[in-house]
Design a protein around this ligand. Structure first.
Ligand code: G3H
Ligand code: 13P
Ligand code: ZN
Length: 339
């Protein structure tokens, strides 16, 4: 099966009333864990690479790893998505490389830190959508900013999404998916106590869904940061401090109200780190890296399978055939002519 587009995968998720996990990838073991988790649960899956991931792995390695994944798992729709594109040039580079979906994060200026104004966001996102759609590639935009700066991305200021702006933004930009800011942040340190529905501003998701029932929403910063993983890391010599992530029940509540893409990076990082620390401690005489990477890959698989099941995506991999990019491009061209 060719790589799927975000647009098709999220349209199908909306029909089926479920969410699809978008998991970050940086290397082969992480990718194999993601794909194995999707295969085990028979789920569509979104594999996303940040600019940092592209720099770490190298663009060609990343592209070809994911093509290998798609060839090895033809029964699973797999989207290759650029996470947090900082400027149109980055998105165009990803499209050239073979990504089937890009995020133009115009909520921040190209420095990835300074909140932008609305006009700037509309302009860069629209520019990317025009170029991407001409090739059948999907586009995610972001309205509002997440909190947190610990991964080097973000302003440290939370600007919640304004539901009254959402309709105008989607119409002017033509995005296929809208990332909303509801009070989450990237990384492990999101909350100092378990967040309630109010802390998370879940009502914004409900309001946007009422206003724009056909718009697919994206929740960033959606790792749940399981206590069990934090405990395992610390028991094996780690020094993570007490922290809370986004409860799975809140994500499920979002999915009932139009959230279709759920971004999870940190939970995979924690699972891999727990497995690596435990195996390194348990086998001090071992020096074959495969002995450490195999349990790490398995840990990634488990977290991916668990989240895909919790998001309701399990069992949906075979619901549809992937629409090739060329046909997606024709569809966008036809809908532009009609508009
Ligand atoms: O944007 C946040 C993701 O967790 C990616 O993080 O930029 O460290 O790869 P990264
Ligand atoms: P987490 O840090 O909560 O996993 O969020 C990842 C994310 O939003 C990537 O874009
Ligand atoms: Zn994000």
């Amino acid at each position: 099966m060719p790589l799927a587009t975000l647009r098709q995968v999220l349209d199908e998720a909306a029909k089926g009333g479920y969410g699809v996990g978008a998991f970050n990838v940086n290397n082969m073991e992480q990718l194999q864990g993601i794909v194995a988790g999707a295969q085990e649960t028979s789920s569509p899956v979104i594999v996303q690479a940040s600019r940092g991931a592209i720099a770490y792995a190298g663009p060609l390695y990343l592209r070809n790893l994911i093509l290998a994944a798609a060839e090895s798992a033809p029964e699973i729709p797999i989207v290759l998505h650029l996470d947090h594109g900082d400027k149109p040039e980055t998105c165009l580079m990803a499209i050239e490389l073979g990504f089937t979906s890009v995020m133009m994060d115009g909520s921040l200026l190209a420095d990835g830190k300074t909140p932008s104004d609305y006009e700037y966001n509309v302009e860069v996102t629209r520019t990317v959508a025009e170029a991407a759609h001409a090739k059948g590639v999907s586009v995610e935009g972001e309205l509002g900013t997440l909190g947190g700066i610990e991964d080097g991305h973000g302003s440290g200021e939370v600007h919640l999404t304004d539901p009254d702006q959402a309709g105008d933004f989607v119409e002017k930009t033509g995005v296929d998916a809208l990332a909303v800011a509801i009070g989450t942040s990237h990384g492990a340190y999101k909350f100092t106590q378990k967040p309630t529905g109010d802390v998370l501003a879940m009502h914004l998701i409900e309001e946007i869904h009422q206003k724009l029932p056909d718009t697919h929403m994206v929740m960033h910063g959606s790792s749940s940061v399981p206590q069990s993983l934090v405990d395992r890391i610390n028991a094996a010599g780690g020094e993570l401090v007490a922290t809370y992530g986004v409860p799975v029940e809140e994500i499920q509540q979002g999915i009932r109200h139009g959230v279709r893409k759920v971004n999870v990076d940190t939970d995979g990082r924690l699972a891999i780190t727990a497995a690596l620390r435990e195996t390194l401690n348990a086998s001090p005489k071992e020096f074959d890296p495969r002995a450490f990477f195999k349990p790490a890959r398995e840990a990634m698989k488990q977290v991916v399978a668990e989240r895909l099941t919790q998001f309701g995506a399990a069992g949906h991999a075979g619901d549809y055939d992937v629409i090739p990019l060329e046909e997606m491009a024709e569809r966008y061209a036809r809908s532009a002519v009609r508009a």
